[in-house]
Design a protein around this ligand. Structure first.
Ligand SMILES: [Fe+2]
Length: 236
């Protein structure tokens, strides 16, 4: 099924007007009003770098599920949305292995036109967390490229931040792109991880991530369950 015309049609109607945009990727269900759609971003190179990492690093059972998307044209246009955590991008390039640097350079090149987002608010993990956390979703039910069975994108974490213990129905893989951090899995405890590693979280397993002296850029992919679920966590 070609979703392009449907979604691009929606955007064309809404261009130049205030639109109501549901930023419920990862399940954040509230709505905010976005003022601007910027349709001019060329995401083809960024998409190729992202998909190349998925193709080369996913285990066979995940790789078999990857859709053949048209990387030359996204299925949706999304409004530009910046976040404080983007200030870490230059450091992320310096820390990344050379084979991951093109992806980050594409992010920097287009950062002012891309839709970055956050699942949580201040009431969840506090204001400082929000300065050091964000994500961009490339594939999913509400992402640039459409899928009802997979969700994938990048998570950005600043230095000295704890992404507290949480869990969700979807199975999850993480591939560190730049930087290193410690990962908690309820069955294995805390373990250090860095580029070249694959971190797997089974459905509803409790997990957490923390950084120390350097930021962390991660590629994630979800399958199964509610792909737009907001993760559960222990309320304070
Ligand atoms: Fe997760």
């Amino acid at each position: 099924m070609d979703y392009s015309d449907q979604y691009l049609g929606e955007i064309q109607i809404k261009q130049n007007t205030a639109i109501s945009f549901s930023h419920n990727a990862f399940g954040f269900g509230s709505k905010r009003t976005m003022q601007k759609i910027n349709p001019s971003v060329d995401m083809s190179h960024l998409g190729c770098e992202w998909m190349d990492i998925l193709q080369t690093q996913c285990p066979p059972d995940w790789k078999a599920l990857l859709p053949s998307v048209n990387l030359a044209r996204t299925d949706r246009l999304l409004p530009a949305n910046s976040l404080p955590v983007l200030s870490y991008l230059p450091e992320m390039v310096e820390l990344a292995p050379s084979y991951n640097q093109p992806l980050i350079k594409e992010l920097i090149k287009h950062r002012t036109k891309l839709h970055f987002n956050q699942t949580y608010g201040e009431d969840d993990f506090g204001a400082d967390f929000l300065k050091r956390y964000g994500w961009i979703k490339f594939l999913g039910p509400d992402a640039y490229w459409h899928s009802d069975s997979l969700s994938s994108g990048l998570v950005l974490l600043g230095d000295n931040v704890l992404y507290p213990e949480h869990w969700h129905e979807a199975e999850e893989l993480y591939f560190p792109i730049s930087g290193s951090g410690d990962w908690y899995h309820e069955n294995y405890g805390w373990r250090p991880k860095s580029p070249g590693d694959c971190i797997a979280h089974e459905s509803n397993v409790k997990h957490a991530v923390r950084t120390s002296g350097e930021p962390l850029l991660l590629l994630y992919i979800w399958r199964g369950g509610d792909l737009q679920q907001k993760s559960d966590y222990h309320k304070r």
